[in-house]
Design a protein around this ligand. Structure first.
Ligand code: CA
Length: 220
């Protein structure tokens, strides 16, 4: 037994996903549909979906924003966890990918909660800020182009209310964050944001080694 986070082999990871959460059937269907596509690695894993849904429930979120929707699995899990009058703004630049998720949102009965904005997310977020959303958002999930992570994080801090939660995905970047020979723009952007959040007095934070690494930052 070790107090360290385990490295999960396939069997143990399958156990986590089988028994460690209650992925809705509709979620499984969407995930499996996405799995057959190129870029499927951009989809969050079911255990992360379980964790996101739990966080949304825990903080009693009503208004949420997702930056990076891809085929809509995290949006589906988030929307299902929101109350009936909840709302989720989804930011993505791809009509093609998000179109895959829409029928699943419909079937799950959450399409009415989801406001999908096809545009560069910075524009959408700035638009929300201009329209009076400052300090009104309970939960924000950042999982899009890494070079803009800092821009998304700064806007999240404006939009999220005190006590609200910002979740940032891929913060371990398959371990590349500690590989000094990797100086790609994406890796550098993630590394820089990790360092920034670590010493950012505006939030309390914890990096969870779930999936590809998920940082939680709670706005003070
Ligand atoms: Ca991701």
């Amino acid at each position: 037994m070790s107090p360290r986070t385990l490295t999960l082999d396939d069997t143990l990871y399958a156990y986590v996903n089988d028994i460690g959460g209650r992925e809705p059937e509709i979620g499984r269907k969407l995930r499996e549909k996405t799995q057959s596509m190129p870029m499927a690695g951009m989809q969050i894993a079911p255990d992360q979906g379980n964790a996101l849904a739990m966080l949304v429930e825990l903080i009693g979120a009503r208004r949420a924003i997702e930056v990076g929707t891809f085929t809509g699995y995290s949006a589906l899990r988030t929307a299902l966890a929101l109350p009936a009058d909840g709302e989720l703004v989804c930011c993505d630049v791809s009509d093609e990918w998000t179109a895959i998720g829409r029928p699943f949102w419909e079937e799950a009965g959450v399409a009415g909660k989801i406001d999908l904005r096809i545009a560069p997310a910075v524009e959408t977020l700035d638009g929300l800020i201009a329209n009076g959303w400052t300090g009104t958002v309970d939960f924000m999930f950042i999982d899009a182009d890494k070079s803009n992570y800092d821009a998304y994080y700064e806007r999240a801090l404006v939009l999220v209310r005190t006590g609200g939660l910002i979740a940032v995905d891929n913060v371990l970047w398959s371990g590349a964050v500690i590989d000094d020979s990797d100086q790609s723009a994406d890796t550098k952007a993630i590394r820089a944001l990790n360092k920034k959040i670590h010493s950012d007095d505006r939030v309390t934070m914890a990096l969870l080694p779930i999936g590809d690494g998920l940082t939680l930052a709670r706005k003070r």
